[in-house]
Design a protein around this ligand. Structure first.
Ligand code: FE2
Length: 175
């Protein structure tokens, strides 16, 4: 075979994999897929009682959680997360956008770009906030006695459908 010609007898064979975008050593996608397989999204039209509905431990994030698919939605996915008293989630970022509504409790979120230009967002029950896509963020429960809960609504189904779903944890949180 010479340069500039196509050798049709020796086409490279490339293995196709349904793998997450940029599976780096900081990616959370493996742990997430494993957890989601064991805890598939709850399919419903309406979910009531977000303050008390039962959640499942999600240890790689130090939270309890439940994921949903509401009304057969193909773009937006909500999930509910709970932090224990005095607890913090891991510092992480994702290629989905997230609008976060505080269902119960009070605390704060630290957002940053690669650990610098940190900003603190204080929140309490009935607040709503968001931050730019791919920005690092870590949630903290500021109560030493009560859990807190937040509902995150993200464009996960749509971002997954175009093959751009990625979640990374901040390097210092590596085991
Ligand atoms: Fe997040």
């Amino acid at each position: 075979m010479t340069h500039g010609t196509v050798d049709t007898d020796h086409q490279p064979v490339l293995e196709a994999r349904n793998q997450p975008l940029s599976q780096t050593h900081n990616s959370e996608m493996g742990q997430r897929e494993e957890w989601n397989k064991k805890n598939p999204p709850t399919e419903a039209v309406i979910v009531r009682g977000l303050k008390t509905t039962e959640l499942t431990p999600r240890r790689y994030r130090n939270t309890k959680a439940r994921f949903y698919r509401l009304g057969g939605d193909i773009r937006l996915q909500p999930h509910l997360s709970e932090l224990p008293p005095g607890g913090a989630s891991v510092n992480h970022r994702h290629t989905t956008e997230a609008v976060i509504y505080i269902v119960k409790g009070h605390g704060h979120t630290i957002v940053s770009w690669d650990g610098v230009n940190s900003e603190r967002i204080d929140w309490q029950e009935d607040d709503m906030f968001s931050f730019p896509v791919w920005m690092w963020h870590q949630h903290f429960n500021d109560s030493e006695t009560e859990t807190c809960r937040y509902l995150a609504i993200q464009d996960t189904f749509m971002v997954k459908a175009i093959g751009l779903h990625q979640i990374e944890r901040f390097p210092e949180n590596q085991d």
